[in-house]
Write a protein that binds this ligand. Structure first.
Ligand code: PAN
Ligand code: ZN
Length: 184
């Protein structure tokens, strides 16, 4: 190759990322204990069921100011009782940090909650782009019957506060009512 011209160590095909230092994280139903309303339905399910997998490229160490990460989440279809499979959800530890999510495959709902516990949701479909503002907790539910694939890019110094959501939850839940998703 010509001097000074190199190949990027990363790839992005639309629904996959790859390359140097690719990280993979897996969450089974066992990891989602306590987030679903219907505890009896949760207990009756196989805890080894895969809920989601996140693949990410994190070029700089966590906490680096000015860096960016990129990830793709593969969220399985399914429900616990009437509640769709969803990600744990979090605020960012650095409250000013923002994030883009975008829909790649399947159908879902991005559920958002501000610090006053006001909750709203944006429909996620292939091609939808979502800007998550500072101090807004975010989680995604799969409302379809295929794996929901969405991509995300967030700052390397955002950090993840899972504790607040684990303790207090979101103020509304996305349930299937008469065959349709409803925030209740
Ligand atoms: C995403 C999420 C990913 C999994 O990359 O981390 O979709 O969701 P949980 O982290 O809530 O389990 C992101 O928001 N990064 O900041
Ligand atoms: Zn985030």
């Amino acid at each position: 190759m010509e001097k000074g011209i190199v190949t990027s160590p990363y790839t992005f095909t639309g629904d996959t990322i790859g390359g140097e230092g690719l990280k993979t994280g897996v969450r089974t139903l066992a990891d989602l204990q306590g987030i679903f309303a219907d505890e009896a339905a949760y207990q009756a399910m196989d805890k080894d069921t895969l809920a989601y997998r996140v693949e990410s490229i994190e070029p700089d160490p966590q906490g680096t100011p000015g860096g960016l990460y990129m990830g793709i989440t593969y969220l399985a279809p399914g429900k616990v009782g009437k509640e769709y499979f969803m990600t744990k959800g979090h605020f960012h530890l650095n409250p000013e940090s923002t994030e883009f999510y975008w829909g790649v495959k399947g159908e879902g709902m991005l559920i958002l909650m501000d610090e006053d516990r006001h909750v709203w949701a944006e429909k996620m479909v292939p091609g939808s782009l979502h800007y998550i503002r500072p101090r807004v907790a975010h989680r995604v539910a799969n409302t379809g019957d295929e794996t929901l694939v969405f991509a995300a890019s967030w700052p390397s110094d955002a950090g993840h506060d899972y504790g607040t959501i684990a303790r207090e939850g979101f103020a509304k839940r996305l349930l299937e009512i008469n065959g349709k998703p409803e925030l209740v």
